[in-house]
Design a protein around this ligand. Structure first.
Ligand code: ATP
Ligand code: MG
Length: 363
């Protein structure tokens, strides 16, 4: 190939990140001479190859993909010499020399006589896909299990009461009915959570933004806990600095705050401290909820936001492990982010940020 600078390099240097860099999938585009003209950020991340090292080179050298049997994929495909009627290739699982598995699709742009003008290759993270599939299978079995245990108790107690009504005194009957009642609540709660999960997964969360007084929302959540029987001096609330006008979905905010505070009370210990402050990095707010309990073990920090993850004792405390997954989904629906770390005095500290937002029609 000639000594002149390949067009892709110049274009990228001039314009910075291009539209292809916004894609979650890796994209490689080769020109009619098989030279790479686009190599986006996702492709860099998945392959570990820098765009600067890829652009202008023959794409077959840049991405020496092979299949599970070790066959050179580009030799099998012969993209530039194969049948001129081919327009695309369905998804295949292929490997880079280091063993990284990628899901690859490809498509052609052809000119006169079927000559390849452009060849585009889309790369997807195979590990992520496998994880999603595993998660889905896990979800079904976990849901079945979680629904069955309260229903087994509902069925057991109602059957016993119906069959032997006169053998129990009022107190015994009351205890059984209370258990049935609590188990029915549990099923309802689980189903509500599952609906939230499916909305989050399908990206169908509807946002109803309005001006929200965040400190006021926190006060409401605390008042709700106190009304339900928690000691008032268990909570400490602090507002540090003035917040911008916040356009948020108030119901979702309640859900986020309610979940974090409930976790701090249920899984944590000691005083629950909630701090609301302006976000130092962005126009928005940051909220942290911390307690003085045992906290989250460092090795579990990656996992707490996953579906159905419960720490030791989490099951005993009657949770389903969906709470934090939903919280994360709701925070992200606001354009925010959530993290967890060890609180300065021990215990867990969950901190989320949300941008100030704008009225729905403007965003
Ligand atoms: N403040 C906390 N301190 C210690 N552990 C916590 C805290 N918050 C959450 N955890 C751990 O993280 C796990 C997951 O929390 P998550 O809210 O997702 O589920 P859950 O509370 O068990 O059930 P639910 O779906 O009812 O919320 C909990 O089971 C608990 O082990
Ligand atoms: Mg919870």
């Amino acid at each position: 190939m000639g000594g002149e600078e390949p067009p892709g390099v110049a274009a990228r240097a001039l314009s910075g990140p291009g539209p292809a860099d916004d894609l979650p999938d890796g994209l490689l585009v080769a020109d009619r001479d098989a030279r790479v003209v686009v190599f986006n950020t996702a492709a860099e991340r998945m392959t570990g190859i820098a765009a600067a090292a890829a652009l202008g080179r023959d794409f077959r050298d840049v991405l020496p993909l092979h299949d599970a049997e070790g066959r050179d994929w580009w030799k099998c495909l012969a993209p530039y010499d194969g049948l001129p009627t081919r327009t695309r290739h369905p998804e295949r699982s292929l490997f880079l020399p280091g063993g990284t598995e990628l899901l690859v699709t490809a498509g052609y742009r052809r000119g006169d006589g079927g000559r390849v003008e452009r060849f585009s290759v889309c790369l997807r993270d195979a590990q992520r896909r496998a994880r999603q599939e595993r998660d889905r299978a896990d979800l079904v079995s976990t849901v079945a299990h979680e629904l069955r245990s309260p229903l087994t108790s509902v069925k057991g107690f109602t059957a016993t009461l119906l069959a032997k009504w006169h053998r129990f005194n009022d107190d015994q009957k009351r205890v059984m009915l209370e258990t049935v009642n609590a188990d029915a609540d549990r099923v309802t709660r689980l189903i509500t959570e599952l609906l939230d999960v499916s909305r989050i997964e399908a990206g169908r969360l509807e946002m109803r933004r309005q001006v929200v007084d965040l400190p006021d929302e926190v006060r409401k959540v605390i008042a709700g806990r106190v009304a339900a029987g928690d000691a008032e001096d268990r909570f400490r609330f602090e507002v540090r600095g003035a917040l911008p006008e916040m356009w948020l979905d108030p119901d979702k905010m309640d859900q986020i705050l309610g979940n974090l505070v409930e976790n701090a009370v249920r899984h944590g210990a000691g005083t629950v401290t909630i701090v609301v402050e302006p976000d130092a990095h962005k126009e928005g707010a940051a909220v942290s909820v911390r307690d003085e309990g045992e906290g989250i073990p460092p090795e579990a920090v990656q996992r707490v936001f996953r579906q159905f993850w419960r720490g030791p004792g989490g099951n005993r405390r009657g949770g389903t492990g969906l709470g934090l997954y939903i919280v994360k989904g709701l925070v992200e629906a606001h354009g925010g982010a959530i993290t967890v770390r060890r609180a300065p005095g021990g215990g867990a500290e969950f901190r989320f940020t949300v941008p100030a937002g704008a009225p729905d029609h403007a965003s």
